[in-house]
Design a protein around this ligand. Sequence first.
Ligand code: 2HG
Ligand code: ZN
Length: 474
Amino acid sequence: MQNFLDRIAQIVGAQHLITAAAATQKYTTELRQRYASECRAVVLPADPEQVAAVVTCCAAAKVSMVPQGGNTGAVGGAVARREQVIINLGRMNRILEVDAANYSMRVQAGCVLADIQQAARRHERFFPLSLGAQGSCQIGGNLATNAGGINVLRYGSARDLTLGLEAVLADGRRYCGLSNVRKNNTGYDLKNLFIGSEGTLGIITAADLKLFPLARAQAAAVVGLQDADSALALLSSLRAATGDCLTTFELMANIAVQAAVAHIPRQSDPLPQQHPWYALIVATTSHTAAESDDAETALQRQLESCLAQAMQQDIVQDAALATNDRQAQQLLRLRENIVTAQAFEGGSIKHDISVPLAQVPEFLRRAQHAVQAAMPGARPYAYGHMGDGNIHFNISQPPDMERAAFLAQAPQIHELVHEIVHQLNGSFSAEHGIGIAKLDDMKKYKDAVSLALYQQIKRAFDPHNLFNPGKVNP
Ligand code: 2HG
Ligand code: ZN
């Protein structure tokens, strides 16, 4: 085995092969610390040639591999076992090209999402993928998990933002699907198999991404709502009134907003009184710089008048509108902070579900009732991407319960919630993926034909089960 590691060291350089437990910890510590992760080694290749050589070497030694980006995934997709090698793409972090005229950019898989956003902005372009972990997650991981975030309503998820990609296959060959054309109707769309495959079909090494005009005018608000039905009515009227200007519509339960106010320094409730529900709304338009001031004022007025009308109709109880960028950022920070704040409320049993938009209120009613009947004192801490029908129906533990005893109930609570999602024709994993966390749900809710096709695809790409075995496919 030493021989095997020596060969890897020769490929990447000894300093980029990490075997000491203390040094591998950064790569084996899972975000939510729910899963134990170990590994034989972490390998940090510098380019696609090195990735291909490492994969060839692992394949020859029958060592299975866990591809990894920023290690910020939510379902244990980058967790490794003791005998496995983690291939981390972090050194491959070059922006290869920004083609402003073509509204596209080519990046290596290890680029941090925030760096990609900034590079686009430097060229007066916008890359819309935006999520809490953007300061450390990597685009390869975003594509491998088909990440979502807060702008999906208008721009779609990672899959919709990808024009082409390159990946290393399990036998060491390189699939060269890099392409920055928008129309390419030449056979099966292989890139879309790698996107969302969570490293089970290949290791994404680079991608061509779609860019958009930079938004120059922005209007943002936080509103207070009586119930989720009002949120649905408001979403519907805002979409009709603003067309595709609406980029973000996030729902937040009062408990989540108040937790952020209580636990996060300098976080206040934007509204003077508490409301059962809150929604964060962002609308943007792109206009030329000369017009920008007027465009912003016009958009803010439009949002203001929509909200005023909704208040008259008793859909909205109260509203706080941002009048400048700093205030808009503050409103966005509230949504980010409610994620961090939940940790202060004890254990959390998390869900990442989606249902057809019109069913969101019904889902929330049924799920709250079912969870509280099964576990009196359990506190639904629901928030999420209402514009996409995607709710993080997280449950905070009853305050007087032991954390471990609460978390031990997770399988039963998941079952209750996912059963309701199933009845409402939704998905038990809207944007986080399957990893190891949702394998049981795959078995239960995916139809037999889909599962059989997945296995055939897996065998075709990775006949010896070397890429991320035990993930995605139950
Ligand atoms: C978000 O929307 C993320 O903030 C995280 O998807 C959700 O931690 C969660 O449950
Ligand atoms: Zn989310």
